[in-house]
Design a protein around this ligand. Sequence first.
Ligand SMILES: [Zn+2]
Length: 186
Amino acid sequence: MKSNASGSSTYRSLAQQRAVVTQELEVNSLARFGDVCEAVKDIAAELKFAHDGQARIKVSGRVHCMAQLACHRCNENVWCHVDCSFASVVAFDEEQADEWSVLDPSLDILVVAGANLDMVELVEDELLLALPERVCTDDDCIHIPVMRYGDAASNEADTQGSEEGSRRFPFAGLKEAIRASDQDQD
Ligand SMILES: [Zn+2]
């Protein structure tokens, strides 16, 4: 089943229906994610609801967007594709989550605030976790400032040029001297 998310859908009913919810999210609705990005666009999520082997509500799927982030190396704002897939079980309070994580520490548990579907609470942390640590990688920071190299090279060339200009030619006068002596012989 495919449906657009509506506020009245509960996590329980979505799991029972094995619902797939696809939704484009408003940038403004993801306040915390929006705070750490310079700009965000094209936020889309596709989530599947089901029960796991222990009758818990399971949500899995993908959320992705374009986020503009500041590169701390070159101070440029760079558009990055943020894309993550996840699978979690839904807990309705911390106590429940604690019990489950004692039994299975590797379990990915999402504690929701209410019974009704809230796409933002399902995906916002996932997006935050999926943000790249570095906007530009070591090898291809295309925004790395190259002018430093250019300045150094031209300075070097200037220095070489001036050295050449001040170079002495001890025998430069010799030709003149020889020519002068030849004329004398004539
Ligand atoms: Zn950079």
